[in-house]
Ligand binder design. Sequence first.
Ligand code: DQA
Length: 145
Amino acid sequence: FRILVLNGPNLNMLGIREPGVYGSESLSDIEKRLNKLAEQEEIELAFYQSNHEGALIDKIHEAHGSCDGILINPGALTHYSYALRDALTSVSIPTVEIHLSNIHSREEFRRHSVIAPVAVGQIAGFGSYGYDMGLMAVKRHLQQK
Ligand code: DQA
């Protein structure tokens, strides 16, 4: 399988940004670890991070016909981006939504995800381990399809 790992706004700041909430690992630390897991699982990964909604949407469109699954941490776009949601439904690639923090235990505005209804499922609250969980979950989902 080929899986696209997408990270949205401010996730390039991991390690610096509110480490008490998001942990001390950088995004490239997480990507390196994920690559090791992917190798063991015989999955091919492509990584992309952007602070721009449109760039993320373009990447999702590009994934059409070339990727089997998507792992996405949409950052704050989670809570309001209908355009990102529509991009995912446009390509109909099975998607797992990931959050480092438990969005359900934080501010009220973080509790709602406009992405969750079009995702296979959501993983939140397990820190960067959520990406590992998401990778295994999307693999299993694709195998069962
Ligand atoms: C986040 C949670 C979002 O509410 C926040 O805007 C982020 C990160 C997380 O991984 O916990 O940027 O998606």
